[in-house]
Design a protein around this ligand. Structure first.
Ligand code: ATP
Ligand code: MG
Length: 196
């Protein structure tokens, strides 16, 4: 390709991008979903939270599944004034105690509702929420209602595999993390600072 052709192509691309930027002028909070089986859903959510905090935005994080590990992002973001509510009690993969798990989920959801109702919060992260819906711990309609009636300027992030179709339809930005490789599959242990 000649320099002139390259220059022409770049010019056309720039015109297209500029036109799209000119069109997207509405300011409002958005619903983002990070789903799929690949690694990066929670880290993308925490990266966005970090970005928002860096602009002095108010962020709240609710985590619907707690492993036995601490998490590095909580250590950092709590110091930066981000409240974390983690569903710790009554939920483990081992117990399979549906009643206790449902109760723990609903308690956690009550906290999430406070954030979703509060105009003080610019960004609310609902980490691993998708499983609460697929396990039927939390009614889908309640989640849809809370998200639809949140303050206009508030953005929300939902993470987790197998996100319900209705939430995907409701969302503004949806990214599916697709696994191409994962170190775990070749026998490398999960690592502090990389995996949690
Ligand atoms: P991360 O927290 O690293 O962004 P994630 O939120 O996309 O990952 P989850 O499904 O929440 O992934 O899984 C949590 C844990 O499982 C993390 O420690 C993550 O590194 C690991 N993990 C994620 N995807 C895979 C995969 N495809 N195979 C094995 N382990 C994975
Ligand atoms: Mg995750």
């Amino acid at each position: 390709m000649s320099d002139a052709q390259h220059q022409q192509r770049q010019q056309r691309l720039k015109e297209k991008v500029d036109a799209r930027i000119a069109q997207a002028q509405r300011e409002q909070g958005i619903l983002m979903i990070f789903t799929g089986n690949g690694k990066g859903k929670t880290t993308a959510a925490m990266g966005t939270a970090t970005r928002a905090v860096g602009h002095h935005k108010k962020v709240g994080v609710v985590q619907f599944i707690k492993g036995t590990w601490e998490n590095g992002e909580r250590n950092l973001l709590e110091q930066a004034g981000v409240p974390f509510y983690v569903m710790e009690t009554g939920f483990t993969w081992e117990t399979q105690d549906k009643a206790a798990d449902t109760q723990a989920c609903l308690n956690t959801w009550q906290y999430a509702l406070q954030l979703l109702n509060s105009p003080d919060y610019d960004l609310v992260v609902l980490d691993e929420l998708t499983y609460m819906i697929s396990f039927h711990y939390l009614p889908l309609e309640d989640v849809v209602a809370a998200i639809t009636s949140r303050p206009d300027h508030q953005s929300v992030i939902i993470t987790g595999r197998g996100c319900h179709r209705q939430l995907i339809e409701l969302a503004d930005t949806v990214t599916e993390m697709r696994p191409i490789k994962h170190a775990f599959d070749s026998g490398i242990k999960a690592q502090k600072g990389i995996d949690w």
